[in-house]
Design a protein around this ligand. Structure first.
Ligand code: 4AD
Ligand code: MG
Length: 464
């Protein structure tokens, strides 16, 4: 029977039984009368050791010539392993070579560790490495856990559109979607392309967030979430920003900011637990090679409560901290990553839900607090990375929403359908967005979000 290597290592096939595995050679070591072949197939962190003896008929002309990266189809007997770190190995009965590696000296992926920078240039091959394999399994585990969590809590998954006309975050960081020939297209009196001639008959963009669409469905289905790719043309070349990233966005009718924060905390804990239960093999690797506290800190978070803190209180703490920040802190400014990290790492030492930010630094849809100066916004800040979640209670009162649009000089006519939600059966509601890559980076300890998405898109980089 054909088995995944992880299942063989877990003991799914009895000692003495015959199994068939298919995968790629990680290392091959030839001795005078036998060869050790380590084979991986992506099913778990550990490769399986295959022992091939010289009595196999293709021993001399094939097995001894295997190199890293060759693909193989192996049938053999499951035997106890004398080596440490694994309980079983395979004694080969037949080793079929499916694909050779031409010029092994020039094959870019060797069993030795490569720098992550180098691996980014090998985007088509890097999935074959230990580290990217481990990241990929953990990312999958997190995504599945997020779906499961929401399903168990009675949420309905909504597909939000990728092509949209609305700029949810109002930051003007949208990629345009157009079929116009930008050089020769018809132009209006202002010299700008005439988008009425374009495919959609208007300007269209890639979405920066599915939130506004999620809100429309929350106003009928009560508890919904979107989970998909989002796009931002922000020119920030940092280790935390991607031009294309995945976001989970729950939207909850009848929930206030406190309920929103509780949902965020419960979701993260559920996800971290799933990772420790399902992917301990990969997490042990991250703890050994990337971030020593990778496992212990997840456990600590699962067992403790997130701190809740008001923005205003954080400003006081930062001002009294005696730290020399690159950006000095005053009430009204947006907190920079150095500030977020000071609070989460030094002051609290656990994730923090920061709440109630000044309205002038936040998006148009956030609910005005009674003080008239702050809005019911929240960010979840994680030690080591800073913001991983951004969310808020939404302004559900039409009059206040309109006042806010005016204040921000936003064109009220563009928001006609969003305003309808406030005109017809409006209710308090809240939601947030978790950046999947920031979450995977946090869990694994990987320092750069480019290494936790299969194909990163960043300024000047969209190959593969
Ligand atoms: O704080 P943001 O901009 O919030 C929103 O988009 C809201 N509409 C979400 C909502 O309430 N439904 O983004 C949310 C999260 C951030 O906390 C961060 O984790 C991630 O998305 N994020 C990015 N991740 C990678 N690269 C980027 N350029 C990101 N921008 C935001
Ligand atoms: Mg944010």
């Amino acid at each position: 029977t054909r088995l995944a290597i992880a299942d063989v290592l877990k003991g799914k096939a009895a000692i003495g039984s015959t199994v068939r595995i298919q995968g790629w050679v990680r290392t091959a070591q030839v001795k005078p009368t036998f060869a050790f072949i380590n084979v991986h197939d992506g099913s778990g962190f550990h490769p399986i050791q295959v022992v091939a003896e010289d009595k196999l008929n293709n021993f001399q002309n094939e097995i001894t010539k295997l190199t890293t990266g060759c693909s193989v189809d192996i049938t053999g007997e499951v035997v106890p392993s004398p080596g440490k770190g694994q309980s079983v190995e395979i004694k080969a009965i037949e080793v079929k070579v499916l694909g050779w590696v031409e010029n092994p000296e020039t094959y870019p992926i060797s069993p030795k560790p490569h720098s992550l920078e180098f691996l980014r240039e090998q985007g088509h091959l890097r999935a074959r490495t230990n580290v990217i394999g481990a990241v990929t399994r953990v990312r999958n585990c997190i995504a599945q856990a997020i779906h499961r969590f929401h399903h168990e809590q009675g949420f309905v998954w909504i597909a939000s559109p990728i092509i949209t006309a609305s700029d949810c975050e109002g930051a003007g960081e949208m990629f345009r979607v157009s079929t116009l020939d930008m050089v020769n297209c018809p132009r209006g009196a202002d010299g700008k392309p005439d988008y009425s001639q374009d495919f959609f008959g208007r300007e269209a963009f890639l979405t920066v967030s599915g939130q506004l669409n999620a809100e429309t469905y929350a106003m009928a289905m009560s508890k919904v979430y979107t989970f998909g790719p989002t796009f931002r043309a922000e020119n920030s070349n940092t280790s935390r920003h991607l031009a294309e990233f995945w976001m989970v966005e729950p939207e909850i009718a009848f929930a206030d900011l406190a309920g929103n924060a509780d949902h965020a905390e419960a979701m993260l804990k559920y996800v971290f637990k799933a990772v420790l239960e399902e992917r301990l093999d990969d997490m042990e690797f991250f703890a050994q090679r990337i971030e020593p506290t990778a496992i212990s800190r997840l456990q600590t978070i699962i067992d403790s409560n997130f701190e809740r803190m008001d923005y205003t209180e954080a400003v006081k703490i930062l001002q009294a901290s005696g730290q020399s920040f690159q950006f000095p802190v005053e009430w009204g400014m947006d907190l920079q990553s150095e500030h977020e990290r000071y609070i989460a790492e030094k002051h609290v030492g656990r994730p923090v839900v920061m709440m109630n930010y000044p309205k002038d630094i936040k998006a148009f849809y956030m609910r005005l607090n009674d003080d008239g100066k702050t809005v019911a916004a929240m960010d979840v800040l994680a030690p080591g990375i800073g913001e991983i979640i951004g969310g808020s209670q939404r302004e559900e009162r039409l009059e206040l929403f309109d006042r806010r649009l005016k204040e921000m000089q936003l064109p009220v006519e563009n928001y006609w359908w969003y305003r309808d939600l406030r005109r017809y059966g409006t209710v308090p509601h809240s939601g947030f967005g978790l950046g999947l890559e920031r979450c995977v980076a946090y869990v694994t300890g990987m320092q750069n979000v480019r290494d936790v998405i299969p194909f990163p898109r960043t300024p000047k980089s969209a190959e593969f």
